[in-house]
Ligand binder design. Structure first.
Ligand code: SF4
Length: 420
């Protein structure tokens, strides 16, 4: 095989892979104990993102962009008139090792269209990971896409060589899936997720008894949902996400704004902007659920089915619940501190620590890194610079937006200016 042909395949299959954002490599602690190549626990291996938020630290490719399915939202669908290519297993192995040695990448993210059958494809994905680990002694990070419908045996093997496995839900509701990918159904995704979840538990339990038990998918499993392809509300998307986090122990759900790629009337038309800001608000909501102790019903419910694009979801919640404020920074518990707009969890822990020694005032809070332009309306502390408590939610929102330096607010006001 000529170098030019491999280069051409690389161009095609790296380009096709860019629509999949589920490639964060956090959570692995695979170390280099056998003097092999790479070290997934090394610094710098986890996250490098392009400006639009796509992860680039891994060699991110498809094994093939041939596919027997015809999912309307996917550039790889069989009816799409595009250049097709397929790597051989050894080609992916060689590319990974060569790129790694040149310091271009620190791991591999390998997905694939489905050629011939789920098992046929999964077998090849597993073969790449197996060769890298066993023949090349590669200890770098490997993320494999699990192919819905692949056999349990292949799924079991995949987790023994990969750090992370993922099955993409793609469309947040069954109804949307039926509309855009009628050949698929939710059960196709659930079965491999269930399998991976059970294997992770099983191997962890065995390891407690037998130390030599290998690790199974040590960085866990993740999934991706496409946002804005099939008309789902933010509430539907986040309830689906919440369900999968709770039932399948997912490490991450990724939200990918739909990039219009076809003239299919079931989808947003080409030229429709990618909903980047909405994607960002969904990620913020995701963080509130996972790290800030919020329940999904507090953020999204029948009365509030969409996230406010102007402001972050925590501020949105606070404005709807002004009766919970002001919170005394020097007395409140961790749960309530985490709910104050403008306070990240790092600031919360710093406050809890610092107030053991002194009563905190505005200057202390500023040096801790609290965003006072938002927090000031919701707190009291050992100074009284801001004392007005008669402001309505609308007034507070207006004042915050007026003084906000957020790039999203800037984007929003530019858009509004265009129509002004
Ligand atoms: S099965 Fe996967 S690769 Fe094939 S068309 Fe559907 S989403 Fe695309």
């Amino acid at each position: 095989m000529s170098f030019e042909r491999v280069q051409e395949k690389l161009n095609i299959l790296a380009d096709a892979a860019k629509y999949d954002v589920s490639c964060s490599s956090s959570g692995s602690n695979r170390t280099n104990k056998n003097k092999g190549l790479g070290d997934a626990s090394a610094s710098g291996i986890c996250h490098t993102y392009t400006e639009d938020g796509r992860c680039v630290s891994l060699l991110k490719i498809l094994l093939t962009n041939h596919c027997i399915f015809d999912c309307a939202y996917c550039v790889t669908r069989k009816s799409n008139d595009i250049k097709r290519a397929a790597f051989k297993v050894q080609e992916v192995v060689d590319l990974t090792i060569n790129f790694y040695r040149r310091n271009y990448i620190e791991g591999l993210f390998l997905s694939s269209g489905i050629f011939k059958s789920a098992d046929y494809t999964m077998e090849r994905l597993v073969a790449v990971a197996k060769k890298l680990r066993l023949e090349e002694n590669f200890n770098g990070y490997i993320h494999l896409k699990s192919i819905p419908g692949a056999s349990d045996e292949l799924m079991r093997e995949a987790g023994l060589y990969a750090d992370r496995l993922s099955v993409n839900i793609e469309i947040p509701t069954e109804k949307g899936l039926k509309l855009l990918a009628p050949d698929k159904n939710r059960a196709d995704f659930i079965k491999p997720m269930e399998k991976v979840k059970n294997e992770i538990i099983l191997y962890k339990n065995e390891k407690k008894l037998i130390k030599s038990t290998p690790k199974y998918a040590p960085a866990g499993q993740s999934t991706q949902m496409i946002v804005g392809a099939s008309g789902e509300s933010d509430m539907q998307i986040m309830y689906t996400s919440n369900y999968f986090y709770k039932n399948f122990n997912l490490k991450r759900v990724y939200y990918s704004g739909y990039v219009p790629i076809s003239y299919d009337t079931r989808l947003p038309q080409i030229g429709t902007p990618v909903p980047m800001l909405r994607e960002n608000r969904l990620y913020q909501t995701d963080w509130l659920l996972r790290f800030y102790g919020f329940n999904i019903e507090e953020i999204l419910n029948e009365q509030n089915q969409s996230l406010d694009l102007d402001i972050d979801p925590k501020l949105g919640w606070a404005l709807r619940n002004l009766h919970e404020f002001p919170v005394d920074i020097n007395k409140a518990d961790k749960r309530m501190l985490a709910r104050i707009p403008g306070l990240g969890m790092k600031s919360v822990f710093k406050i809890l620590n610092a107030r053991r020694y002194r009563q905190l005032n505005w200057d202390h809070l500023k040096s801790i890194g609290v965003a006072l332009n938002r927090a000031q309306y919701f707190i009291v502390c050992a100074s009284n610079q801001f004392e007005r408590r008669d402001l309505t939610s609308e007034k507070i929102k207006g004042l915050i937006l007026q003084n906000s330096k957020s790039k999203y607010t800037a984007m929003l006001s530019n858009q509004l200016n265009l129509f002004g």
